[in-house]
Design a protein around this ligand. Structure first.
Ligand SMILES: Cc1ncc(COP(=O)(O)O)c(C=O)c1O
Length: 472
């Protein structure tokens, strides 16, 4: 990599603002994520030509293969179009994708018929009547004055209900004063990154692999983002040197492993003795199928660990409700930063969730979903074990959550080929390779969201998936 490169050289590549950190090592996953963001934010509008792989590789000081892999990923996702003998252009995707560019950092709609994308709950299970009943009860009692501009940390009733719920269900040691409510985890991470940057934090460690869009949020806020490798015991704290790290200990995303007890103990010891901050992204901690869920890491170091939860997996991503349980020293800085940006979800939705939690209907709903998702996971694992694709695709990770990760045997099928075929048969899943920052570590595979389709569509979606895989 050329080291005389200024940040404006890199970010202005071919006239596109790619927001790449000039100091970081750019892999194909990173590059694809930056291009994806540029497309979604209309910095690269439909029909515009992207630079040739040679030009972009030269501009960025990366290998041509890195750019080619990034382009291939975006072609497979339908964001770029290649034509024989012509330049690669940005595809004309559905208008809603562009209009709601920053709505969720994590997912956008698909036009494919069988939606098996990870991270989505079965939205047809949304507890409409419980939600309506809770909203009616909440609104009947709310004093008019509470419909004014809300508390920057979130409505006190919701913070109270969350503190009780998180303590009871996830073992989190917190209080209503330490909770802050956000319009999604992505927004919480953005606010946290801004607060940390102002406090002089230069860099943050993410698990490698992890969700590129979440790393982008930290990077866009101005933090340098490093990747720390994982193994079967999860995140290895010995590979982490930044003052802040973001981890998914209960159910690693995307690999699905859980952090071992020894690693948890080591991480909380390290955080305490070296005064580091850990963001614990507990995005699907309620869904463990083979045993009682392992409690939150936060309980072992509440002054070091920022616990993050979301309603996106338990209820619906469209609610845009998530929360942090903060160490004492971050409570005020986070409130101030939130108040600056007016970043708190509608008070009516907060009160409704508070009432769902208080009345027990949230717990009941989670129990119903857990039973349904467990059945689906068993079905998909059994079907894969019986099918001939078992030699090519290996399930990874524990029996938990909303997604199943399948690794492709290195000498077998290519991920891009499988993704292209699935797309042609209108099956939406995600590739595994794009989640790595470091190309040397990347592995190919599929990340399958078995929770996403409504009940009636799960069987046909699974059959289509298996048929395409076995013909690939
Ligand atoms: C790893 C991970 N963390 C957190 C979230 C939750 O994000 P949000 O609350 O913004 O929907 C998701 C959602 O897909 C996720 O996959």
């Amino acid at each position: 990599m050329r080291d005389d490169r200024s940040s404006s050289d890199r970010s202005g590549t071919g006239g596109i603002d790619l927001h790449l950190d000039p100091r970081a090592r750019v892999g194909s996953g990173e590059l694809a994520a930056s291009l994806r963001t540029a497309i979604r934010e209309d910095r690269l509008p439909p029909g515009s030509r992207v630079p040739s792989t040679r030009d972009l590789a030269d501009d960025l000081g990366v290998s041509r293969g890195t750019v080619t892999r990034a382009y291939e990923l975006l072609v497979a996702e339908g964001l770029l179009l290649t034509r024989q003998g012509a330049s690669t252009v940005v595809a004309d995707t559905e208008p809603p994708i562009r209009r709601h560019a920053r709505e969720s950092p994590v997912r956008r709609p698909t036009d494919l018929h069988w939606d098996l994308r990870p991270g989505k709950p079965d939205l047809s299970m949304f507890p409409r009547s419980d939600w309506l009943a809770a909203q009616r009860r909440a609104l009947r009692h709310v004093p008019a004055a509470e419909l004014d501009y809300g508390h920057p940390a979130g409505h006190p009733l919701l913070r109270e209900a969350l503190a009780e719920y998180l303590g009871r269900v996830r073992g989190v040691r917190t209080s209503p004063e330490r909770i802050a409510v956000f319009g999604g985890y992505g927004e919480a991470l953005r606010v946290l990154a801004e607060v940390l940057l102002r406090r002089g934090t230069p860099s943050v460690d993410f698990e490698d692999p992890s969700l590129p869009k979440l790393r982008d949020i930290a990077g866009e806020a101005g933090l340098r983002v490093n990747g720390v490798p994982l193994d079967e015991s999860g995140f290895d704290p010995r590979g982490s040197h930044s003052p802040v790290l973001v981890v998914t200990p209960a159910h690693q995303y995307p690999l699905g492993v859980t952090m071992s007890a020894a690693r948890r103990a080591e991480l909380s010891r390290l955080a305490r003795t070296e005064d580091r901050l850990v963001v614990e992204d507990d995005y699907d901690g309620e869904f463990r199928f083979d045993r009682e869920p392992v409690g939150a890491l936060q309980r072992w170091a509440p002054e070091q660990v920022i616990y993050a939860g979301t309603a996106s997996k338990t209820l619906a991503p469209g609610l845009r409700l998530a929360w942090l349980a903060l160490p004492e020293r971050l409570v005020e800085p986070v409130r101030e930063r939130k108040a600056d940006g007016d970043r708190t979800p509608p008070v009516t939705e907060q009160l409704t969730l508070a009432e769902m939690l208080r009345s027990g209907s949230y717990d009941q709903h989670v129990r119903r979903c857990r039973a349904g998702y467990e059945r689906r996971r068993r079905r998909i694992v059994a079907a894969l074990t019986e099918s001939e694709v078992r030699h090519e695709l290996y399930p990874a990770g524990i029996a938990a959550g909303l997604h199943l990760t399948l690794r492709l045997a290195p000498e077998g099928l290519s991920e891009q080929r499988v993704l292209r075929r699935l797309r042609r048969h209108s099956v939406a899943v995600e590739g595994l390779a794009e989640h790595w920052m470091d190309d040397r570590r990347r592995q190919e595979g599929l990340v399958i969201g078995y929770a996403a389709p409504p009940g009636h569509a799960f069987g046909p979606a699974l059959r289509t998936l298996l048929r395409v895989l076995s013909e690939s």
